[in-house]
Design a protein around this ligand. Sequence first.
Ligand code: FES
Length: 101
Amino acid sequence: MPVVTIKPSGKTVDVASGTTLLAAAMNAGEPIQHKCDGNAECGSCHIFVLEGRKSVSKIASAENSKLDTIVGIGSKSRLACQTRVGDENVTIELLDFASGR
Ligand code: FES
């Protein structure tokens, strides 16, 4: 079962493949924003995927469109609600500057 490590706290959570990073962070008790309840509309769940980027789900058009509107995105940016864990461990970083807060 893949392990998701969440920075900066360093908490870890075991999740089934296919679990969203938003659900993983919430299961770990992390204070992640999710104002549109996972519909790729608010951008508040913007995170960085630091490790395991190749194993997570690919960016679909709705996520890509929303990311384009967020200030401060980079190559590691994903919307946690749209990104599903694959077969490998993943390390993510929660951000203070996600839009929509
Ligand atoms: S919860 Fe709104 S974009 Fe992810």
